[in-house]
Design a protein around this ligand. Sequence first.
Ligand code: NAD
Ligand code: MG
Length: 384
Amino acid sequence: MRRIAILGATGSIGRSTLDLVEAAPERFEVTALTAASNVDQLAADARRTNARLAVIADDNRLDALRTALAGTDIEAAAGEQALAEAAVSGDLVVAAIVGTAGLAPVMAAVRAGRTIGLANKEALVSAGALMLDEARRSGATMLPIDSEHNAIFQCLAGQDSEQVSRLILTASGGPFRTFSLDQMARVSPAEAVAHPNWSMGAKISVDSATMMNKGLELIEAHHLFGLPETRIDILVHPQSVIHSLVEYADGSLLAQLGSPDMRVPIGHVLAWPKRMKTGARRLDLLEVARLDFEAPDPVRFPALRLARAALRDGEAAPLTLNAANEVAVEAFLAGAIHFSDIARLVEDALIRMSQPLPRTIPDVLALDAEVRERTRLRLPELAA
Ligand code: NAD
Ligand code: MG
């Protein structure tokens, strides 16, 4: 029996995780589920899985959660401290909150030496050095859920990174892969969230459309696998069949393939070091028939260049990139700015802010809040 906590249980990754956990009740016991504000969904999931603890991030909804859980012995809680409690309640925590909102609970799990199934890439991008230092100290294990990093993790199969010459992250190219700069300037939030291959939350879907997602993943890969920016390549592969590759010193190239279904990498993490059934469609290579590859276009997708620069600059540059991007994506989704303004705001934040990475999580969060505030101040001049 694995005792598992799911942070962000009501989201896209959270739901896929619940699918797998509920299909194998003999393997998993749910210790805690968390959500931002959707009380009804959270309470229904907690009842069905017989979770010990249900946490709603929004304090104002605690009474509603208590009411929804009346007659059960599931504990209801709210707020930051409760999110951290949820994070350490199991042996394995699936970190599937979106954005730096997930950083403090992930760090609580890292500090407690838990096994972390990491989907919440923004937390690692913002405070990677801190998180890894803490993981080394506590003995926490980080298992990547992000499909590219999970693919690389599988291709590494325990070999040390000294044998590796480079990592190749594949990218679908998103919904605007073939759009001109002019066309991209006019795209709507609805078009940006309609990803051709994957069904995901709104924020990561927009990140895929700008390719900032691949930029964040570049930084994520650097932290998880310890390779410098110069040895991590990005390859556009529109079919999303090869999820990423590792090139070894001898010229061998190992890839992991599968249908684009997050239940595969999530299941890999849930069952690791074993395997489990996931219900994902088997990949039929005859049906796929061909695989295409192209170089990413740095002109139409400036986010890639910005992420590389942030990783090279180090310190708080990745945090700045991420925080400005979170604000910009939110504003774009709200119809307040144009698509092309997202990268503009991020670049602007990187130029204006250059600081060392703070050494504590409260200081990291304070800097994150400062970058957000500064980025928000710029929104009116860009108003769509
Ligand atoms: P989502 O928007 O569908 O779900 C986000 C979850 O986080 C929800 O449960 C929500 O209630 C919770 N949440 C949001 N804001 C919160 C806050 N302030 N405090 C507490 N909880 C909060 O997002 P998603 O697509 O499931 O993505 C989650 C994470 O996984 C992201 O970091 C994303 O980059 C990463 N990821 C997602 C996919 C995917 O296929 N969806 C793939 C790879 C990586
Ligand atoms: Mg990914």
